[in-house]
Design a protein around this ligand. Structure first.
Ligand SMILES: Cc1cc2nc3c(=O)[nH]c(=O)nc-3n(C[C@H](O)[C@H](O)[C@H](O)COP(=O)(O)O)c2cc1C
Length: 348
């Protein structure tokens, strides 16, 4: 029989963030160890395979939630990580004398995405400095200082969003991820439309955009530029912009996902609101894998060069994620999770 501690641990881990709430993981309990595996949940629309950067960030987030939970319960585990291309990603050996009682770390339940507007006051300097100093392996944080640097980063978000709105695969993925009816939302994965903080008319606009042929026709008249501009409204008003950066080699993105999740959890625990922006990283990765929308190669190449200058990246380093941070005006709708039976199995 699986010990209740392991099931509680898996449930805490599953609160981790993932791109479009895909939850591309399965935890398997072998009796001695917890293995982290990849699962492609909606293969017909999915754009992230097992070793793609977006998936590795999510796996890092899962591992970080596990470690925060173990720490809160005074349990020491030992991770063993596999080489790129191998499954499981990692395996956590746990002691046999697990505690009877279980403590849920409050930070795990506090962490969430807030896509609403934030207050304009600055982030409390002590909190800003604490997260700016956070590190994980070869991953670190960069806090954008000064209006010129922040404006330059927002421009990179805009250019990357333009490329995204012209990308058929990303269009299919986004509309495959949206959940609107109560039954769809209750399925527990994907993006509940209520969490998007859409303005009045936003849902109608989304429905209108959902047809790719129509979207492609509108793009010929520059719709993608208009949509990208609207995407930058909130981020250009953000009191703070934080970036997770560091080595992009092999499975280093797992460490980036750990750092992202630790910092995000600390910010939320201290009352700050967070929204990640992945579009710049994703478009630069697509440039390298030949998956950009046709015609955007030069623009995204220039985005990558400017990123290196702006964030002071060394050779071999990359931007993993941008975080818009501030203090909330309202509590957002919270996303759901898949039932535990879909993300955790016991092989006993
Ligand atoms: C790799 C990755 C990419 C993400 N990209 C974005 C993004 O570009 N915009 C956004 O609003 N949220 C983004 N998110 C947040 C997820 O959509 C969010 O974590 C997920 O829906 C679960 O919601 P929660 O964070 O409230 O638990 C991203 C998260 C991850 C891990």
């Amino acid at each position: 029989m699986t010990k209740p501690f392991i099931e509680h641990l898996a449930a805490c881990a599953a609160l981790a963030p993932s791109a479009d709430n895909t939850q591309p993981w399965q935890m398997r309990w072998t009796g001695d160890a917890l293995e982290l595996h990849y699962v492609s949940r909606h293969p017909s629309t999915n754009v992230f395979d097992a070793d793609s950067h977006g998936t590795l960030l999510a796996i890092g987030a899962l591992a970080e939630n596990i470690d925060m939970t173990l720490a809160a319960n005074g349990v020491q585990g030992k991770w063993e990580w596999s080489r790129p291309g191998k499954q499981p990603y990692g395996c956590l050996d746990l002691p046999h004398d697990l505690p009877e009682n279980f403590t849920i770390p409050p930070g795990l339940e506090a962490r969430h995405t807030n896509r609403l507007p934030y207050r304009t006051d600055a982030l409390e300097p002590g909190l800003r400095d604490k997260v700016a100093a956070a590190r994980q392996g070869q991953q670190r944080m960069v806090v954008l200082q000064g209006n010129a640097a922040r404006k330059a980063l927002v421009r990179l978000v805009e250019l990357s969003s333009q490329a995204r709105f012209c990308n058929r695969d990303l269009h299919r993925w986004l509309f495959g991820s949206l959940r609107e009816t109560p039954q769809e939302v209750a399925s527990g994965d994907g993006l509940d439309v209520a969490t998007l903080g859409l303005p009045p008319g936003g849902k109608t606009m989304l429905n209108f955009m959902s047809n790719w042929k129509r979207m492609a026709k509108l793009n010929r008249f520059g719709a993608y530029k208009f949509l990208a501009k609207t995407e930058t409204g909130l981020i250009s008003a953000a009191p703070a912009l934080l970036c997770v950066v560091g080595s992009g080699k092999e499975r280093n993105a797992i460490d980036a996902g750990r750092l992202l999740t630790r910092v995000w959890t600390q910010l939320n625990e201290h009352g700050a609101a967070v929204q990640p922006y992945y579009v710049v990283t994703d478009q630069v990765n697509r440039l390298h894998t030949g998956k950009l929308a046709p015609g955007f190669e030069d623009k995204i190449g220039a985005v990558e060069q400017e990123l290196h200058r702006l964030l002071g990246l060394a050779q071999g380093e990359m931007l993993h994620m941008i975080l818009r941070v501030g203090y909330p005006t309202k509590a957002p709708a919270r996303s759901h999770r898949l039932p535990l039976s879909q993300v955790f199995v016991s092989e006993l």
